[in-house]
Design a protein around this ligand. Sequence first.
Ligand SMILES: [Fe+2]
Ligand SMILES: [Fe+2]
Length: 314
Amino acid sequence: MAVLPKPRGPLSEALIAALVCGSVEAIAVRPGSSEDAALTLWTLYEMSYRGYDGVDDRLEFEPELVRVRRELEDDLERRLRERWPGRPSYDDGFAAAFFAMIEADDGPSLARFVQREATAEQAIELLQHRSLYHLKESDPVALTLPRLPAAPRAALAELQYDEYGGGRPERLHAHLFAEGMAALGLDATEGGYVDEAPVEVLEQNNAMSLFGLNRRLRGASVGHLAAFEATSSLPCRKMAQGLERLGFPQEIREYYEEHVEADAVHEQLAARLICEPLIAAEPDTEDDVWFGAWTCLDLESRIARHLLERWDAA
Ligand SMILES: [Fe+2]
Ligand SMILES: [Fe+2]
């Protein structure tokens, strides 16, 4: 179970109070800031994963909370779509154009920074921010599984089988990350570091839940997955090298080492056997596959810029 965050404004304050007392009156306040909005949406989404200790699980579909969630996610989706430049034109099939977009991505790299120069403190801070996602790794896109036609559904199940440990709970990727956190003496509770997360990290997590929880956005969900996997293998090698340079324990390096090979396979699966067949079976999803993929790169580069600027390393 996740831990309820500390409010960051009037809307998250009203929501958290309602969750704790269990009776929901009309929530009439507006978000006080983009952080307040992002944290409120994150808190609502967690109700659809593991929920919170002491919070009634039935509130997941409480109409007033669904209304608030819809307003916040409509606003997030509108902003994400406004940023997106649109899909490239291409003739040679999705996968070739997709890998060309990944190749052309020149956003700043946190993994390169950790590999070469991050201090132990900076690396710990990054792991804390990453824990928001890695402790429930693959869960958002798992929600997309039943919404896909047969061929991409089978391929996504194959990919997820790896993410969820191939039948071995101790190999679950989220569990590997939790072991790494514990070996560093960090809190491995889901959402344990949400109070420290900047708005960019909250939005990255919210975008994955938005895409995973809404069937109409299944294209964006698998597009996001493909871009995530395709930008993981080499950066994970750099992370593992950086954590070794800093003398971090084997457990946390192992999480990254596991992804060097796994994600080199996953990126091929995601692009060629999930996205491409989805577009072939349901051509209406094509734009959203690109939208999801581009949004993945954009949200990651916003986090990287934010942290590197704060660390004076940009
Ligand atoms: Fe993974
Ligand atoms: Fe993966």
